[in-house]
Design a binder for this molecule. Structure first.
Ligand SMILES: [Zn+2]
Length: 220
């Protein structure tokens, strides 16, 4: 239900939060709640805002509560935090999303990675942008392509993700080729009795396989 929010009690909470020592708001000049006329009471309408969202917003910034950021409230808190200029709430939300991407097991879901890219783009969140980029570059292109929102990102971002992925794979290819050459030389010098014609001995084959798996893990 859409509820226009106008309540004296809530404004008091806003002011004690903004002006209190532990308040989250740092930039008073740009703060929607700053008043040059009265420090006690000020009223302003919040048309189009849901009561539940504003109440959640207050719980997340009020020093005595500081409600945790979760999957359920992060997007609305980013929206309200951005709208009202609550920098620390934005940082908390960004930190929550970055940790989710870093702790994805074994890797974060493609939807979450692309959501990170979209949110970073929308609110200019640099740490989230970098983490999402790194994760996207290590995700199979087919998985990214299957997420609709991926194609709604600016072309420069989708292209950069694929270029970064290509570079990682090329680098991986270079390292594996170098390892093959190195092992081949070693095997031809020291394992002559264990090789047949030009092929590597079983031990050296296994060594290359192990090295290739380890390199590929870095980009998957
Ligand atoms: Zn060998």
């Amino acid at each position: 239900m859409q509820t226009s929010f106008s309540c004296d009690i809530c404004y008091c909470i806003f002011f004690s939060t903004v002006n209190g020592k532990d308040g989250l708001h740092e930039d008073k000049e740009s703060c929607l709640f700053t008043s040059s006329e009265s420090e006690d009471t000020v009223e302003f309408p919040l048309p189009g805002k849901r009561y539940e969202d504003i109440a959640e917003f207050l719980c997340c910034i009020y020093p005595n509560i500081l409600k945790t950021i979760t999957d359920n409230n992060v997007e609305v808190m980013l929206q309200l935090g951005n709208e009202f200029g609550v920098k620390k709430l934005m940082e908390k939300c960004e930190d929550f999303l970055v940790r989710k991407l870093e702790n994805g097991n074994p890797i974060p879901h493609p939807e979450e990675i692309i959501n990170g890219l979209c949110i970073a783009e929308r609110y200019g969140l640099e740490t989230l942008r970098k983490t999402s980029f790194d994760r996207a570059a290590k995700t199979e292109s087919e998985l990214l392509e299957n997420v609709k929102e991926f194609w709604e990102l600016p072309n420069v971002i989708t292209t950069s993700v694929f270029i970064l992925r290509l570079k990682l794979l090329e680098n991986c290819d270079k390292k594996i080729r170098s390892k093959i050459n190195e092992v081949n030389i070693h095997c031809s010098l020291y394992h002559k009795g264990e090789r047949s014609t030009d092929t590597l001995c079983t031990k050296c084959f296994a060594c290359i396989g192990k090295s290739a798996v380890s390199e590929l893990k870095q980009v998957m």
